[in-house]
Ligand binder design. Structure first.
Ligand code: ADP
Ligand code: MG
Length: 696
């Protein structure tokens, strides 16, 4: 970018945003559309024609010839089918047209997307429906229209539909509670999200030479390099010019799409980086995170890199995650998770805080399921990411305040004042900055919660659907109690203290990586699922079905289908990884090691014939020869494990078998091959080593 002053003009230049709408729509149409976007009013069908026409004209000025209904099927990534604007004209020529009908609804068919039994292929029609709350944009000469994707019967086949439902649910629950505080002029309430994205950037040449990276997005083999991340010289280190050039171009591309890319830095592992945007409404944050991941991959290619979004591309160094910073805000700019200045505001803050505490404790299993993924299995519980136990960090100050409140004792900073909800101003407590406890999976960071368990490749939709729903449930419970309370203030106090006492076990301000925490958490009765396959089936536990049905987020059938898809996904991914390992072992690794043994044997005979020392040749040939056998045997065992994995009757059993037995067999094979790699000449190993990839 030659001239920094151009950034404000560049920002959002490819987005059909509010200012474009105001400029290009009639006042009446604009007002109605804005009502839908800002206040969630039903879309007036009469305005779709003029909006579509304005969109097309604007998009064509930006070079668009096509449009697409862009959606987020259950694959976790995005999908699109492009249609051109051309329509036949009477004179045999064509005209460019885009109707209101084409804007509002699409019928992509798309029968091959996972649906978990929700639609039989003979009635495979899936519909896309325009989501006016996320702005349309132009990319690659195409007008992108964010849409929801549903079945013929109206069941959600995507991630956006339930996300929008959950936002609506939280909006209503928060408003209901605020009304009890006499607040009616609060504008629109929305959950907000800022998703920090970690990723690896590796040289393309190395990537091309590794089938595991190409097929699975992660290395399945690789001996420990002499250097990893132990010097901590990469974290926040100076950014290499080649990487900097990538980041600059990425920023520009994201800015054009109205994505507020803000912070970029090097992460802990070599070749690992992070990008954080400025937060926005959840739905848009979710679309933006998808676009960010796609754009990272594309821009990487232009710079001779490959961007890896896998949770664990390399053993021995950290994997990648995503931090979901979450809060609730009103359109008047009030953050409902920000402690207030008046007693009433603080009482309200404490209720919202209590709702989150209760929600995270009671529905911890749902939060764990929302991040469950075979890729993420490699991180959670390993010493680099929060453990697979869900606990919450509040910081010492806030914990002390809640302790004092619930025990009726004076707060130490205010010896004389007994804390009382709704009667006294909460003592000012310093915001705990995130760095104070990076080991917590769910940390309160002053005015928002940071949920840190998400995998780097995940759609943030799942975690936010759960968060919005479980917090709504608690807010509703509180409202129900308060609506019939004789003494409002006393009831607020009772709710806050009772909730704290009942759910205190989920609060843990200590080191989440420590061994002792695992034991302590078990004593507290907190969930600890070891693998995704173990967690996922709980999605359809009766209390979870009841919760989602009550709030209109998912029907039982929708939950069942999601559960099925997630389990199938576990099986498919592990099967592909195992297959890739066997293929690499038989086609590249074994031939290379065996050739090396042969060469060593020849050298050995020659040396011996000449009376030269030959013990290195003999010992190494013996060692590598032994490893050849081990690798061949381990490949065979892995193949047998894969066959056995197909046997169990239920998906759940098959997924569990893959997550345990198949993985164990994969590890055996990897151990043998990695041992061989460590003893092979650099030029004789068929793949670039970890050091070649990570320290280019
Ligand atoms: P750190 O995590 O280093 O403390 P910040 O607090 O600045 O950094 O923010 C981290 C992420 O949280 C950013 O993406 C930021 O936009 C987001 N964030 C800040 N405030 C909110 C909020 N009220 N709601 C949701 N996300 C937020
Ligand atoms: Mg952070």
């Amino acid at each position: 970018m030659e001239n920094q002053k151009q950034i404000p003009e560049l920002f959002g230049s490819m987005v059909f945003n509010d200012s474009v709408m105001r400029e290009r729509l009639s006042e009446d149409v604009y007002t109605k559309l804005r009502g839908t976007i800002r206040r969630g009013k039903a879309l007036d069908p009469d305005i779709s024609g003029p909006v579509a026409d304005a969109m097309r004209k604007w998009a064509m000025e930006k070079g668009a010839t096509h449009f697409t209904h862009w959606f987020q099927p259950l694959t976790g990534i995005t999908a699109e089918k492009h249609d051109s604007f051309i329509e036949p004209a009477d004179d045999g020529q064509v005209i460019m047209k885009f109707s209101g009908k084409s804007l509002v609804r699409g019928e992509p068919d798309a029968s091959s997307f996972p649906h978990g039994g929700l639609r039989a292929t003979f009635e495979a029609r899936g519909y896309t429906a325009w989501d006016p709350t996320s702005p349309a944009f132009v990319r690659d000469h195409t007008l992108y229209i964010p849409t929801a994707f549903c079945s013929f019967g109206g069941e959600a086949l995507d991630k956006k539909t339930p996300l929008l439902r959950s936002m609506e649910c939280l909006r209503n629950a928060a408003r209901r509670l605020m009304t009890l505080f006499g607040k009616t002029d609060i504008g629109t309430i929305n959950p907000t999200v800022g998703a920090e994205q970690e990723y690896f950037l590796i040289p393309r040449e190395a990537y091309e030479k590794r089938p595991d990276l190409r097929l699975c997005g992660r290395t399945l083999y690789g001996a420990r390099p002499p250097k990893g991340q132990e010097l901590e010289d990469h974290y926040f280190g100076a950014i290499k010019p080649r990487v900097k050039a990538f980041m600059e171009e990425l920023d520009e591309e994201l800015w054009k799409l109205g994505i507020m890319a803000k912070t970029e830095h090097n992460e802990v592992a070599p070749c690992q980086h992070e990008l954080a945007p400025i937060f926005c409404t959840t739905n848009i944050a979710c679309d933006h995170n998808q676009l960010t991941m796609e754009m990272m991959k594309r821009v990487a290619e232009r710079h001779g890199f490959v961007c890896l979004l896998h949770e664990k591309p390399f053993a021995y160094v950290n994997g990648s995650g995503k931090h979901n910073n979450w809060s609730i805000s009103t359109s008047h700019g009030v953050n409902l998770l920000e402690p207030g200045d008046s007693p009433a505001d603080n009482a309200q803050f404490l209720l919202f805080l209590s709702a989150v505490i209760a929600a995270v404790d009671e529905y911890a299993d749902l939060l764990l399921i929302s991040v469950a993924d075979v890729g993420n299995d490699h991180r959670l519980g390993a010493n680099e990411a929060p453990p697979a136990i869900l606990s919450m960090f509040l910081g010492d100050e806030l914990t002390e305040i809640l302790d004092c409140l619930s025990e009726g004792r004076p707060y130490r900073a205010h010896d004389s004042v007994r804390l009382d909800v709704g009667a006294s101003v909460l003592p000012k407590f310093p915001k705990d900055n995130t760095d104070r406890n990076r080991t917590s999976p769910f940390a309160f960071t002053g005015n928002k919660f940071e949920f840190r368990m998400l995998g780097s490749s995940a759609s943030i939709a799942d975690a936010n659907i759960v968060l919005n729903t479980i917090v709504s449930e608690m807010l509703d419970r509180f409202s129900t109690r308060l609506e019939s309370a004789a003494d409002f203030t006393a009831t607020v106090r009772d709710i806050v203290t009772e909730t704290y006492r009942a759910h205190k076990r989920v609060i843990f301000n200590g080191n989440g990586y420590a061994e002792e925490w695992q034991e302590e958490a078990a004593r507290r009765g907190l969930h600890n699922y070891h693998t995704a396959a173990e967690a996922i089936p709980h999605l359809t536990d009766p209390e979870n079905v009841a919760l989602f049905e009550k709030h209109g987020i998912f029907t039982e059938a929708e939950l069942g289908s999601r559960c099925e898809i997630m389990l199938e996904n576990c099986i498919k991914i592990i099967t592909i990884e195992a297959g890739t390992m066997i293929d690499m072992a038989r086609k590249d690794i074994l031939p290379a090691v065996s050739r090396r043994v042969g060469a060593l044997c020849t050298d050995f005979s020659e040396h011996k014939a000449l009376g030269l020392p030959s013990s290195y040749e003999r010992k190494t040939a013996e060692h590598l020869g032994g490893l050849c056998e081990r690798i061949a045997d381990a490949a065979e065992s892995l193949e047998a494990a894969l066959t056995a994995a197909r046997r169990p009757d239920t998906l759940q059993e098959r997924a569990l078998f893959c997550g345990t037995e198949v993985r164990k067999a994969m590890q055996e094979l990897r151990n043998a091959a990695d041992e061989a790699e460590a003893d092979m000449p650099r030029t004789a190993w068929p793949y670039p080593s970890y050091a070649d990839i990570l320290f280019y």
